[in-house]
Write a protein that binds this ligand. Structure first.
Ligand code: PLP
Length: 396
């Protein structure tokens, strides 16, 4: 057998179980629409929730940053890549998250890898929600800590794992703030109470919460403070990780934390130490987006209006969309082939909604994953709701 035959065999296997993935070549795309195979489709798959990636001021800020700091930082932060624009971005992020400090990584994925491996090792324990993002799962694995996975959002299960675990050097509890495939929100007050009672550092991944949750987009702590479920400004989250790549319309990852934790990560997080600093253009774009999140609250308002409108319409057509509380709206079909067919039939109706299959979601929960943006119009939302309910009626 030729050495590389397994490659062909495994691809064929993925094909046979409807899990082979292919890249779609888009001629053009933004938060509102994409052009694909010569057609323009309304885009219900972008993470650019506020439409900031195509905002003229954000694009101009990226260009200005290139003029001043060039196209590359040309080295890691600890060598000669630590530019004024990185430090300005970090102090803006710290202010935005109302924390002492922030540290920027080259992506959200790398932030999770770096944070988890820096803080925990062989003699430590990590408690992790079963549906946490793959970058958290990978960070846990790389850390070599003992991992306790609790059932999704099940704090009773988490508590019993915490009680049953042997003594450890360090403990860390980690959860997505908004779960990326389901759109549901972690119970921050509950997590914070358990972390405090069981001596765990608490880390939240706010990739889909930043710019989206809370009346000023500051994320999950603001969300619960405004519901009266947490004291505002109380620092119960030790590490508020987030990404610049979603609602901030740029690229890169960050963590907001204490100044000491920032220092610690600069010294210990290998994905920070051994990777080139964030490109100045990405830092410039993110800085402008942070400014716009404050100046243009109508964007977040439009996003939530679109969500309530779509949920109302889908609910009225008999879809179960109650679990999601955010602009990520899964419509679950179970079978891979059904979800794929639904996605293809929506393309015929001018809507781009990707089918999400294992390993991105558990087996038997293949789904369409709708994400909404402030850039969608009411007509876009009506069109999607109509398309989905017609498909459901004629059995897909
Ligand atoms: C997208 C995402 C990441 C990774 O962020 P990038 O900046 O795209 O690398 C991490 N965690 C969650 C929950 C995400 O959805």
């Amino acid at each position: 057998m030729a050495r590389a035959d397994f490659v062909f065999e495994e691809l064929k296997h993925l094909e046979s179980i409807h899990q082979r993935r292919v890249l779609k070549s888009l001629e053009h795309g933004n938060a509102h629409e994409i052009s694909y195979q010569g057609r323009t489709l309304v885009n219900f798959s972008s993470n650019d929730y506020l439409g900031l990636a195509s905002h003229p001021r954000v694009k101009a800020a990226a260009q200005a940053a290139i003029e001043q700091f060039h196209a590359s930082a040309a080295s890691s932060r600890l060598i000669c890549g630590n530019l004024a624009i990185h430090e300005r971005l970090e102090s803006r992020l710290a202010h935005f998250k109302q924390r002492e400090a922030a540290l920027v990584f080259s992506s959200g994925y790398l932030a999770n890898l770096g944070i988890l491996t820096a803080l925990t090792g062989e003699n430590d324990q990590v408690f992790s929600d079963a549906l946490n993002h793959a970058s958290i799962v990978d960070g846990c694995r790389l850390s070599r800590a003992r991992i306790f996975v609790y059932r999704h959002l099940d704090l009773n299960h988490l508590e019993s794992l915490l009680r049953g675990a042997p003594a450890a050097r360090r403990r860390l509890l980690v959860s997505d703030a908004v779960f990326s495939m389901d759109g549901d929100v972690a119970d921050l007050p509950g997590l914070a109470a358990l972390a405090a009672a069981h001596d765990c550092l608490l880390m939240l991944d706010e990739a889909h919460a930043t710019g989206v949750l809370g009346s000023t987009g500051r994320g999950i702590a603001e969300h619960f403070a405004e519901r009266g479920q947490m004291a505002p400004g109380k620092e119960c989250v030790d590490l508020a990780m987030g990404t610049l790549s979603k609602a901030l319309g740029s690229f890169g990852g960050f963590v907001a934390c204490s100044s000491q934790l920032r220092e610690f990560l600069i010294n210990k997080a290998r994905s920070f130490i051994f990777s080139t600093a964030l490109p100045p253009s990405a830092a410039g774009a993110a800085l402008e987006s942070l400014q716009l999140i404050g100046e243009e609250p109508f964007r977040r308002e439009a996003l939530w209006k679109n969500l309530y409108d779509l949920k109302g319409r889908l609910g009225a057509s008999g879809f179960d969309v109650t679990a999601s509380e955010t602009p990520i709206l899964p419509v679950t079909f179970g079978e891979e082939a059904t979800a794929l067919r639904m996605s293809e039939r929506l393309v015929e109706r001018g809507c781009f909604v990707p089918a999400i299959r294992p390993p991105s979601v558990p087996k038997g929960t293949s789904r369409l994953r709708i994400t909404l943006s402030a850039s969608h119009s009411s007509e876009d939302v009506v069109g999607l709701a109509k398309g989905l309910s017609e498909l459901a009626e004629d059995g897909g």
